[in-house]
Design a binder for this molecule. Structure first.
Ligand code: AVJ
Length: 321
């Protein structure tokens, strides 16, 4: 086994600078907003793992099922030398792919994630269990990291978990075009997307009975208090979930229970909230096949195959560059 390698593209300083810019712009905007990527500090990542185990949150189980049932076919169809995984996190579901692909032509696994600690442990675990693979972790943002990665042989880029749904439509278009620009004709993209379904089930998936998602959402304010010296009275903010039927996306919001003023020390910035005013902390778009096909097409990909679970809750699409 060769020693796993870690390449750091975005440093803590880059991330700190981005956070400050996002807070400065997003909390001045009307309505107020924050990028959903700030939900994933250490505590947030733990809470997210907990969310994926809740009975209301069908997504992870549905995607695992699809991958378990179809990984061998995906491996056979693609037969690439390199698997790149964007936003790999713990790389758990990736094992389903790696198990199938190691029997084919796979030589290299390149997981990319913003969290250096999560990536480091994933890379070490995978390198141990797949000694024949060259494993090279890349610390970076999935929206920019791929373009900066050294080119290799034929590749499949996997972007699973439905995370593409956390981007706004314009950002998705830009993201897909940038992935396509980093690939060569004949390379592959494997994309996980949550699907449009009964709004009640969707809302429950983001507003679970145990309140884990509420805690996950409010945790972003604790992070701002810690990282930027803000003084958000966290318990005065209520977790809200809204289904936007026109745009077919879920919004997570935090609603101020009373009029309040927050001071963000590191930015020397005062933020006023009217009673009931909300901050949007996440969008999570839900897809239909025609939209998946169209967005891939606009991004320069051809949808080749797609798979869904039996209930039709989630989809995994395979597209060629
Ligand atoms: C799996 C990261 C895409 O949008 O469903 C879970 C994150 N937010 N509960 C999603 C999330 C609230 C999530 N992603």
């Amino acid at each position: 086994m060769s020693e796993p390698e870690l390449i750091v593209l975005s440093t803590e300083t880059d991330t700190a600078r981005e956070l400050r810019a996002d807070v400065r712009d997003g909390l001045r905007d009307t309505p107020k907003r924050l990028s959903s990527k700030w939900l994933y500090d250490t505590r947030g990542s733990e809470l997210f793992e907990h969310i994926t185990e809740l009975s209301e949150y069908y997504q992870k189980r549905a995607e695992q099922r699809i991958l378990r049932d179809n990984a061998a076919e995906i491996a056979g169809l693609t037969g690439v030398g390199t698997l790149v995984e964007l936003g790999s996190g713990s790389s758990e579901k990736t094992r389903l792919l790696l198990d199938a692909m190691r029997n084919e032509t796979l030589e290299r696994f390149v997981p990319l994630d913003v969290s250096e600690s999560a990536l480091r442990s994933a890379v070490e675990a995978i390198a141990l269990d797949y000694p024949e693979l060259t494993v090279r972790g890349v610390v970076g943002d999935f929206t920019t990291g791929l373009a900066k990665m050294p080119p290799t042989d034929d590749r499949m880029v996997a972007f699973l978990g439905g995370t593409i749904g956390n981007l706004l439509p314009d950002q998705r278009a830009e993201f897909l075009a940038s992935v396509r620009a980093a690939l060569r004709p004949g390379d592959w993209l494997l994309l996980g997307t949550d699907l449009v379904k009964d709004p009640d089930r969707l809302v429950r998936a983001y507003d679970d009975a145990e309140g884990v998602t509420a805690e996950f959402n409010r945790n972003v304010l604790r992070m701002l208090n810690r990282e930027l010296g803000a003084d958000f009275p966290v318990e005065d903010f209520e977790h809200r979930v809204h289904w936007d039927a026109d745009r077919e996306w879920i919004e997570m919001r935090l609603r101020a229970g009373r009029a309040l003023r927050v001071f963000v020390r590191e930015l020397d910035m005062t933020v006023d909230f009217a009673a009931g005013e909300e901050i949007r902390t996440e969008i999570s778009a839900k897809f239909r096949l025609d939209r998946i096909r169209r967005e891939l097409d606009v991004g320069g990909f051809d949808l080749y195959r797609w798979w869904s679970d039996e209930a039709g809750d989630f989809a995994v699409s395979l597209a060629s560059a």
